[in-house]
Design a protein around this ligand. Sequence first.
Ligand SMILES: N[C@@H](CCC(=O)N[C@@H](CS)C(=O)NCC(=O)O)C(=O)O
Length: 211
Amino acid sequence: MKPLITERVIQLFGARTGNSLRVSIALEEAQLPYTVKLVDLRRGEHRRQPYLALNPDGKVPIIIDQSTSGSSFLLTQSNAILFYIAEQAPGSLLPEKNSMLRALVFERFFYFLTDVIAPSHSAFRLRLGGGQSGTDDLDQYAMTMLMAAERFLETSRFMAGDKFSLADVAAFTIALAYQQSVDWQGAPNLKSWFDLVSMRPAVIRGLRAFD
Ligand SMILES: N[C@@H](CCC(=O)N[C@@H](CS)C(=O)NCC(=O)O)C(=O)O
């Protein structure tokens, strides 16, 4: 017999990396029910079956959104997943449609994605491949752009307005990664924001999702 009420659970496949943590933090902030399947990257679980059948790119994170009615939806790409989560829980991570505030959240979200996370990821990839040339410059660029976000916080508590949003999700894990190298004294607003976000119960839970 089919259940009368359709319930759903999102399965999150991931590891303790920035891309996966952004998703677990977003799920916690959106208060969507989810379970975690830890993918062992060190042992190469992501490069073998059965994982490759789920994501032929062999990367984490992915989600499978399953409902008790039997439907199931698999999504790869952390940032597509973040938008999916935001849309499943209206009002949680994105302001209302057609609003200027929503456009501002997009502006800041893509700022962190393309000007901070992307160069940082490129430096990481270069190092992984054994190269050193250019990695320090890329990290320096990412950090300079991260610190320039100080100005976003001059007039608001969060990265795009007074409510936590996807822009904060994008900013937080990369700020965490550079935590030891950032000149916090030179960026007092960024420091207050970092402390504020670090203390959010949903963020704390999201950070522990793969422990
Ligand atoms: N564009 C992808 C990138 C995913 C990605 O690079 N994931 C890393 C962990 S943060 C990974 O799975 N690395 C394993 C590998 O490349 O072998 C996304 O945003 O989901």
